[in-house]
Design a protein around this ligand. Structure first.
Ligand SMILES: [Zn+2]
Length: 590
């Protein structure tokens, strides 16, 4: 009897990765693999590696890709379910009606995602029942169509209504916590509180358009006006741009992204017909955000608040985006923010946003001019602000234009200004706002511990040395460590497909092997391999111990300031044990 194949495996066997990627990019043969220009970042030399034998296409420059499903999800901007449906149709694989792949998948992320989906349904239902929430939205002039489009909801004013609902729907306590919806205040007591209470709910989606978490605006007196889901397997704030999945088409078409400060600003822009808008959610802009933007845009237009925090955020965004080769524009509006503008002067807002503002440096010069630059001190301050900005502009022609304008503004000559710029060059590199230029190329894809584990996959004969690696705490590294541990000592073959891993972790393991292959780790002599494995384990241990030390130091400081003597003593004992361990593992390196 022939066993029925899992539809996911069936589709994979019918659609080789090189055939799928080849439909989007011209492939060139390189050794046993193919390479092509990466479709996910602004690639100039072929960075994407396509490995037919591993079934993986991955770009180690922007850290994007995976198996046929991941690749298809990223390039088409669809979720896993849609990818399966599309690719099943393409390959003529018949799917079971209930789509068990997504629903009963053991994959943790899929479970957590259904937990979020269930919570969203609950929040949306609660909104229809809450007069207070409806009144609030009415006061903020949010029309019914937007409530629908952005799937707004309401988390009731109760300690555990959401939690109870999710339990009834079949999710476990730990799933609810991991999905970022429940908070365990006291480990001993075990009681779970809802993270979102009496808050208007904004669902937040990741770059693939999948639900990743929530933002909540308090409708009460809570000190924290806004809170977000806690970081977890699905919600990673440095990779979340609110509104991105509503903006995708407009971004591709306009090649420009408008960046605003909050959820209500995103909604406001949509109300005046501007759809290419996003907001960072609960954090400052990061390099990861910028890389996401670069996939479809050439220009970033900032429309942030005019307060101190907004100005700092704009400056940071300028340095990050500029370093990534994006053009940075700035729009000034007379109102506090786009939300207020959309309600008081919608036509003006539409016009200003459509016009697209002025280059960010010009905006700064306008600001300085308005503040007045006459005294020596004012000129010095203005110079201090402008020089690093102008220095950061990569194009000499563009830079020349700004130098001329700035000289005029400061009442000096271009030659004198250029002189100052040269002497300003050194300090410009030190402020933390200036990102590392190579960061996007050298993006660290795998941790030391993961690379050590990759070496065990390549040289399974040495896996007794696994004892030298401190067991990773969570995530992919922990799963791979456990899977390697499970293999009987006499088993020779350690193929990725035979390891006891979830689908996601198995894919990650294939990417790890591809990484090792790209760096030619597999060609070492036995002696060299042994030495490298030892080194990598020691480095991974060092990293882990350092992180632990930092955590304990923080707790120690807190215990001390709160006068908790017993806890303080306990923590400092732990600290000394860690120091000892760190010393032993250092000896391993030599
Ligand atoms: Zn890439």
């Amino acid at each position: 009897m022939r066993l029925l194949m899992d539809p996911v495996e069936e589709i994979k066997s019918r659609l080789p990765i090189e055939e799928l990627v080849g439909q989007y990019r011209q492939l060139t043969k390189k050794g046993r693999n193919f390479v092509c220009l990466c479709p996910f970042h602004n690639d100039t030399h072929p960075s994407m590696v396509v490995s037919p034998d591993k079934g993986i296409a991955f770009c180690f420059a922007c850290n994007t890709g995976g198996d046929i499903f991941s690749f298809y999800q990223s390039i088409e901007g669809v979720d896993f379910r849609q990818a399966i449906k599309d690719l099943a149709e393409r390959t003529g694989v018949e799917l079971p009606q209930a789509l068990p792949v997504a629903k009963e998948s053991k994959d943790e992320k899929e479970r957590l995602r259904s937990c979020l989906e269930e919570a969203l349904t609950f929040f949306r239902g609660q909104l229809t029942k809450s007069e207070k929430a409806k009144l609030y939205l009415h006061d903020r002039k949010i029309p019914a169509e937007q409530i629908e489009q952005f799937a707004l909801g309401y988390a009731p004013d109760s300690f555990s209504a959401t939690y109870e609902h999710l339990l009834k729907a079949g999710f476990s306590k730990s799933e609810i916590i991991k999905a970022g919806l429940g908070v365990q205040k006291d480990l001993k007591e075990g009681k779970i509180y809802d993270r979102f209470r009496n808050r208007l709910i904004f669902p937040i989606h990741d770059a693939r358009g999948q639900l990743a978490g929530f933002g909540g605006r308090t409708l009460g007196e809570d000190d924290a006006k806004y809170i977000n889901s806690s970081e977890g397997p699905l919600y990673n704030k440095s990779e979340i741009l609110y509104g991105l999945h509503h903006a995708k088409e407009a971004l591709r078409e306009k090649k420009t992204v408008l960046m605003v400060e909050g959820y209500f600003d995103v909604l406001a822009c949509h109300r005046v017909g501007i759809a290419n808008v996003v907001a960072v959610s609960g954090t400052a802009l990061t390099e990861k955000h910028v890389r996401m933007i670069k996939r479809s845009c050439e220009t970033v237009t900032l429309c942030l608040d005019q307060d101190r925090a907004g100005k700092d955020a704009a400056e940071r965004a300028f340095y990050l985006c500029n370093a990534a080769g994006l053009l940075v524009q700035s729009v000034r509006i007379p109102q506090k923010d786009p939300d207020e503008a959309a309600n008081t002067a919608p036509e003006l807002l539409r016009q200003l946003l459509t016009d697209g503002g002025v280059p960010y440096i010009v905006h700064v010069m306008e600001e300085l001019r308005e503040k007045g630059i006459s005294s020596v001190a004012e000129k010095r301050d203005a110079l201090r602000r402008l020089l690093p900005l102008i220095n950061a502009v990569p194009s000499a022609v563009e830079q020349g234009g700004y130098v001329a304008e700035a000289a005029l503004l400061l009442g000096t000559t271009e030659t004198a200004l250029r002189e100052d710029m040269r002497s300003a060059e050194a300090p410009v590199k030190e402020p933390d706002a200036v990102p590392e230029r190579q960061a996007s190329e050298g993006a660290k894809v795998f941790s030391c511990a993961e690379i050590a584990l990759g070496l065990f996959l390549l040289y399974p004969q040495h896996r007794l040395l696994l004892d030298q690696l401190i067991e990773p705490i969570d995530g992919f590294a922990a799963a791979l460590y456990a899977a390697l541990r499970e293999i009987p000592a006499d088993q020779k073959d350690v193929a990725v497909h035979a390891l006891n891993l979830s689908d996601t972790d198995r894919e990650r393991a294939s990417i790890l092997l591809l990484y090792c292959e790209q760096h030619e780790f597999g060609r070492w002599s036995d002696a060299l391999a042994l030495r490298e494995i030892r080194n990598n384990c020691a480095h991974a241990n060092q990293q882990l111990l350092k992180q632990k030390q930092r955590e304990i130091t923080q707790k120690l400081v807190q215990a001390r300031s709160e006068g908790k003597r017993a806890e303080e003593e306990n923590l400092s004992n732990q600290y000394y044990q860690l120091l000892k361990l760190a010393k032993i593992s250092m000896e391993g390196i030599r």
